[in-house]
Design a protein around this ligand. Structure first.
Ligand code: GRF
Length: 203
């Protein structure tokens, strides 16, 4: 089950996937890491692991669409079974996304549909939420708005800062992502008419 990762940052989710591949707890082959941030830690981590990387800044492209086309022509050549967005911070245009519908997932640090977009931990704290968490969802043209596949919940504690809450969520994001990718590799989860279809065990 060939997996490509799109990421812009430190790459802890990528590293969790890599460890799971290396210790064979997940039947995947990480085939590429693609990034819009050539200096991102995730790119360095992928190179060190001998995984093929494509990393270019969008600044070198005339338009968002041109960048999207460059990125997705790489993906068309690679033909992964699954694309995982793990901290990929650019909005992707609908045109290039459509052919990958149902084969592209994103991990987002909130209990969607709450808090799409940025600063999710701060927003959960400001709202006085007693619970927060992370979601894995199918990617559609709507930002963080595709059908949710699986979620994990964590408590918000009275003395939480943005940093402590983010750390508690991140710790649970990694197993959530691995469980979701495992279920997808087993063919247990699909997307039918924009509703998530669990073909097997519910996560
Ligand atoms: C994670 O919180 C993920 O949910 C969000 O961006 C962050 C990426 O972290 N989309 P990392 O780069 O995987 O460490």
């Amino acid at each position: 089950y060939r997996v490509a990762v799109l990421a812009s940052g430190r790459g802890s989710n990528f590293s969790a996937l890599l460890r799971a591949q290396q210790n064979a707890s997940l039947p995947i082959e990480l085939v590429a890491v693609l990034s819009d941030k050539p200096s991102a830690a995730v790119v360095e981590r992928a190179r060190e692991a001998g995984i093929s990387t494509w990393a270019e800044s969008a600044k070198g492209y005339a338009s968002r669409a041109d960048f999207d086309h460059a990125l997705f022509s790489q993906l068309s050549a690679i033909q992964p079974d699954l694309i995982v967005c793990a901290g990929y911070m650019r909005i992707i245009g609908a045109e290039v996304l459509t052919p990958w519908t149902g084969r592209m997932i994103n991990i987002h640090p909130s209990l969607l549909p709450k808090y799409p977009g940025l600063h999710t931990h701060r927003r959960a704290l400001e709202a006085g939420d007693s619970e927060h968490g992370a979601s894995v969802h199918f990617v559609t043209a709507e930002l963080d708005g595709g059908p949710v596949i699986a979620q994990v919940r964590v408590p918000v504690l009275a003395d939480d800062s943005e940093a402590t809450l983010a750390a508690r969520v991140l710790d649970r994001e990694h197993p959530l992502l691995l469980a979701t990718v495992a279920a997808m590799a087993r063919g247990e989860i699909g997307l039918a008419k924009h509703a998530v279809e669990f073909k097997g065990q519910v996560l």
